[in-house]
Design a protein around this ligand. Structure first.
Ligand code: C5P
Length: 218
């Protein structure tokens, strides 16, 4: 895919609830980049799958993606745990991944004009969607720490779910995402590993910003 010259492109992959979204938002604000949370697209299709009695309807999915609007991605129902699990189930499907690929690449390499580039996070961003990104990060953290953070988020959203259920769900999604045949989650050789287990959001961002500043301003 051709891209605008001189834009900054940032690709981030991470297992569930590792803090990639938070860092992606901070990066987008700091460097004036367009942010796309690709997990939300899979969650939207996951929700469609639940609503369609757990049957995959490619025509319906194509229509939804064609008319996608950013309001759809802000639906708070997308944050539900059953939607997250459904997303990782439909994410194994090759045809579904192909339907979404161009949409993601278009935002990655041709972001809206007012931005200086783009930042995308997901599971196959460094390995498939943005192989040529200026920066590639793999953000991870210990699974119990990730579960604890997600559990606190659910509590804030008043979702009725226990810590053990959250832990189980995250482990299930990690397993599905890392072991699927098509576009599995993995750290590419050229991605910088950031482990957030012992880092605050601020400390983590400081690290990322230092890496980016060095390359951009040198
Ligand atoms: O990032 P988030 O947890 O919202 O993603 C939900 C699910 O969508 C993931 O567990 C994964 O199965 C799928 N996904 C994917 N590829 C992406 C983004 C998300 O397979 N690029």
């Amino acid at each position: 895919m051709s891209s605008k010259k001189d834009i900054i492109t940032v690709a981030i992959d991470s297992p569930a609830a590792a803090g990639a979204g938070t860092q992606a938002k901070l990066i987008s604000n700091e460097f004036d980049l367009f942010y796309l949370d690709t997990g939300k697209i899979y969650r939207l299709i996951g929700m469609l799958y639940i609503q369609n009695k757990r049957k995959i309807n490619y025509n319906l999915i194509k229509k939804k993606i064609k008319r996608i609007n950013f309001k759809d991605l802000k639906d708070r129902k997308l944050l539900n745990d059953n939607v997250a699990i459904a997303a990782s189930i439909i994410a194994k499907d090759k045809r579904i991944r192909t339907i979404i690929k161009n949409l993601q690449r278009n935002f990655a390499y041709n972001p809206p004009k007012k931005f200086k580039g783009s930042v995308l996070d997901g599971r196959d961003i460094t390995s498939v969607i943005m192989k040529k990104a200026t920066f590639k990060f793999y953000i991870t953290a210990n699974v119990r720490i990730r579960a604890q953070r997600r559990y606190l988020e659910y509590k804030k959203l008043k979702r009725n779910i226990s810590f053990n259920e959250v832990l189980k769900s995250i482990k299930k999604r990690d397993y599905l995402d890392k072991n699927r045949t098509i576009s599995p989650l993995k750290k590419t050789k050229d991605s910088i590993l950031i482990n957030t287990s012992k880092l605050s959001k601020k400390a983590c961002f400081k690290k990322i910003k230092a890496i980016m500043d060095k390359k951009i301003y040198n």
